[in-house]
Design a protein. Structure first.
Length: 231
């Protein structure tokens, strides 16, 4: 669920755990230590962390609710580690280095939907636009996705009722990227390099050795290529 720390969600997770005692159960989504504790008490094996960090998500803008992903991952991970519960960082990786940061902050796994959109293996046909290749990509709470679900569930039966759709995501065109293996190779290479800078050969060592500092806007600009014209 988009909001895994509410009464309905908690009751559902508890019911699933009681009925299926031997399955691996993931609770989420969540973004606070309080939510982590409540789900852990129910008996989840993993927590899916992230309220609004996805590249196609507009939840924070539309609803005014959410937590910056790094803060959410760090806070939930500190709690989860005490109980041996796995943390999944769901979204917020705009650059390869963000994967390194998420793992260093305490995540055990990163979900990478946007990175794989636009590849041969992703759903959808290739779209030609202005001489370039694209694939369509939409958020789970985008207008079209929500409308599809409402029609499928017969919650709405006429296009005249589409004004009842309140979207928390967008649809977009993603540049065609080719084989997913090439994307994975680049991401793994970036992570390996990031870990080497922290003198870490395992994720556990990365989490132990990593040190975080506050970065200003000037520091962020300095981190990217600058004073050049890209070719």
């Amino acid at each position: 669920m988009a909001h895994g720390h509410n009464e309905i969600s908690l009751k559902a997770v508890k019911k699933v755990r009681q009925k299926f005692k031997d399955i691996d159960l993931i609770g989420g989504n969540l973004a606070t230590a309080e939510a982590a504790i409540d789900l852990i008490k129910i008996g989840v094996d993993a927590l899916k962390v992230g309220i609004g960090p996805g590249g196609l998500c507009t939840t924070r803008i539309v609803t005014g609710v959410g937590v910056p992903q790094f803060t959410a991952v760090a806070e939930c991970s500190r709690t989860a580690k005490k109980y041996g519960v796995t943390v999944i960082a769901d979204g917020g990786t705009n650059y390869p280095g963000d994967i390194t940061k998420a793992l260093a902050a305490g995540a055990d796994v990163c979900m990478l939907a946007g990175w794989f959109a636009g590849t041969d293996e992703s759903p959808g046909a290739i779209i030609m636009k202005d001489g370039m290749k694209f694939k369509a990509h939409r958020g789970a709470a985008s207008f079209l996705a929500v409308a599809d679900r409402k029609f499928a569930s017969e919650e709405i039966s006429s296009v005249d009722r589409l004004n009842t759709v309140v979207a928390e995501g967008v649809e977009a065109l993603i540049p065609y990227k080719g084989k997913v293996a090439d994307i994975i190779y680049q991401l793994i290479g970036a992570l390996r390099s990031g870990m080497s800078y922290c003198n870490a050969s395992t994720i556990a060592e990365l989490q132990k050795n990593a040190e975080f500092i506050r970065v200003t806007e000037a520091g962020l600009r300095e981190s990217k290529s600058h004073n050049v014209r890209l070719i």
